[in-house]
Structure formats: C-alpha cells, structure tokens
Ligand binder design. Structure first.
Ligand code: ADP
Ligand code: MG
Length: 321
C-alpha cells in the first residue's frame, strides 16, 4: 500500500511525544502555535531539495530567496510576524561563489522582513538540501479551521504563474513573455503584510504551496466544510493568460505560488479589499464555502461542475516531482 504524504504524517507523527499545555495548535496547519510567557509564537519548517523543489540550474540567489520565501509564506498564512530562522544545509561540495550568491538572496529577503538567522547545521551529502525553521510572534492568529458555510473564498495575487514558469524553465523558454512566470517560480513573494492585515477579519487561511484546489481542500478538511470555486473568477495574470487553454489548469492545480487562500464572512468584502490595498496585494473572491464534506468543486459560468485537469502535487504519490 502506498501511503500519501498526509496519511503518513497522520499515522506516524501526529500526537507523537508528550501532551503539553502550552501547545495551542500542533500538526495540521501551516505552522504550529505555542504559548511562551504570554506570547503566542508561530513555528514552521520547510525543506527544499535540488531537482525536487527547485531546478539544479536555478540561480543560487533565487534558491536562497525561495528557501526563505516558502517558509515565510507559512508564517503569512498564520498572520505571524517573522522573527527568527535556523538553517540546516546539506551540500555535495563547497562552492564559494554559489554560497555567496545563495546567502545574498536569503539575506536580502530576511532583512526585508526583519528576520535574523540565529543558528543551524551544515553537513555534506549527495544532494543539495536546505531546511529552514522559522518562527515569530502572532496575536490573534489565522488558522485553517475557521471557515464556515456562507463565507466567501478569496485568493491573493496571481495563482498558477509559478507552475507555468516551471514548465517554461524546463522547456528552455527564456523570452520576455515568460520572464514574469519564471520570476514567480524562482522568487515568490510571501504575503506577510496581507496575512497580518487579515487577522481578526479572515475566518481561515492557508498558503498555496500544493495548488489552489489542493490547498482549498486542506482548508475545507480542517474546517469541516466544502467549497465551490467559480473557474471564471479565478484571476489569470496577463503572462499566464497568454499561455492559452492551460492557463486555468495552472491556476487551479499548479503549486509553488505562495499566494494566500482565505475565507471571510460575506459581508466583509469591502473590509477585505481595503486591508488588501493597504497590504499592497490584489485579492479576488473566487468562490463560496458550503456545508458538506471537505469537497472542492469547480464550476463554470453556467454553474455546472468543471473537471480540473490535474490535482495538487503530493510527495510519495508518484503524481509529480
Ligand atoms: P505546508 O505545505 O503548509 O508547509 P505541509 O503540507 O508540509 O504544510 O504539512 C502539513 C502539516 O503536517 C503541517 O502542520 C506540518 O507541520 C505537519 N507535518 C509535516 N511533516 C511532519 C512530520 N514529519 N512530523 C510532524 N508533523 C509534520
Ligand atoms: Mg503552508
């Protein structure tokens, strides 16, 4: 029997170890929440492996940027403020030029968000692998489990660009028309300001790492609700729309965007838009939360269900990288 990534986590790691009163939220959200001296801290870790999470020939400064960005994205999904990071790095060889560039990408994004690297571990191994642990304080955190029937489902920015960018990168396309897509693949923008702005307003949030539909399903599962996504309302950037018929498929199922997918009460639309403007990012209502069992349905303009061509990427399922 092949065990999916999520079944594996559930079976082997959920509930492992002592039960502690200072853990507000354990496995299953974008970050864990713990209480320390009256402060809530959000804690998360993500790993990037060469040729799994980034192409081996990606620019090293972008690898440093992306390593931090994907982790900050999990803090963004909780509404947390980035503060600290620990870096565990496994290198096949020491290449000083590569390390200098990678450090530069990591350092620039860390400074932008006021985050300090405070420790880590360095080892030699066959494949370049980098794990970053991040943490930071949060008041009134966002979680995946607060969506309620009647809420509106929103997405930030332009989903699908990163997956289209990966297809272009792998096909050797490097033209100006695909540059925005490749930029989004290599240098995603963590939506920290938006996540912080949505505290107290959004009822649930998740960041889009596996794909819009897959991550919507994670949010629904945790909240015990279902969702309907209106395919025609999913925003397509000009660069993605130019890819033609595959554009919506990328937007619904492509991973690696690090946009925020969130829910808010139906009467909170104006407030959501105002806070998003303050956070400097576009947000679009794309669907509705309904009562039911964790299913996400995509409907066309006529309200009839559409079938998405691909599902979100999962490790260990053999359906992707
Ligand atoms: P994300 O995509 O937001 O980083 P993941 O899909 O990697 O989240 O993980 C889903 C949930 O499972 C998270 O809450 C994460 O902390 C937890 N998790 C993943 N792997 C493990 C593990 N080996 N042990 C304990 N918890 C894990
Ligand atoms: Mg996440």
């Amino acid at each position: 029997m092949s065990l999916s990534e999520f079944a594996l986590i559930e079976r082997f790691f959920t509930g492992l170890g002592a039960e502690r009163g200072d853990v507000t939220l354990g496995c299953g959200d974008d970050a864990a929440l713990v209480e320390v001296g009256g402060t809530t801290l959000a804690l998360a870790v993500d790993t990037m492996i060469e040729d799994v999470h980034f192409p081996a020939d990606a620019p090293p400064a972008s690898i440093g940027h992306k390593l931090l960005a994907v982790n900050l994205s999990d803090l963004a999904a909780m509404g947390a403020e980035p503060a600290w990071a620990l870096l565990a790095l496994t290198l096949p060889a020491v290449d000083e030029n590569w390390l200098t560039a990678m450090r530069g990408g990591l350092d620039a994004l860390a400074r932008t968000h006021g985050l300090a690297l405070i420790g880590g571990d360095t080892t030699r191994g066959e494949r370049l692998t980098a794990s970053l642990f991040v943490g930071g304080p949060v008041d009134n955190p966002l979680r995946r489990d607060g969506a309620r029937p009647g809420d509106v489902l929103w997405v930030s920015g332009w989903p699908g660009e990163a997956a289209a960018g990966l297809a272009c990168w792998q096909a050797g396309e490097r033209g100006d028309d695909v540059a925005p897509l490749i930029e989004r693949l290599h240098r995603p923008t963590p939506r920290i300001a938006l996540g912080r702005a949505l505290r107290g307003l959004a009822t649930a949030a998740v960041d889009v790492s596996d794909g819009l539909l897959a991550d919507a399903a994670h949010l629904c599962e945790r909240s015990g609700v279902a969702a309907t996504v209106r395919g025609a309302d999913v925003p397509l950037s000009p660069a993605l729309a130019a890819r033609g018929g595959a554009a919506l498929d990328y937007a619904l199922s492509g991973g690696d965007d690090y946009e925020l997918l969130f829910t808010a009460p139906a009467d909170a639309g104006e407030a959501v838009r105002r806070r998003a403007v303050d956070a400097g990012v576009a947000v679009t209502p794309i669907g509705a939360i309904t009562a039911g069992a964790a299913a996400v349905t995509v409907v066309g303009a006529d309200g009839a269900p559409l079938v998405a061509g691909r599902t979100g990427y999962r490790h260990f399922d053999g359906n992707g990288k």
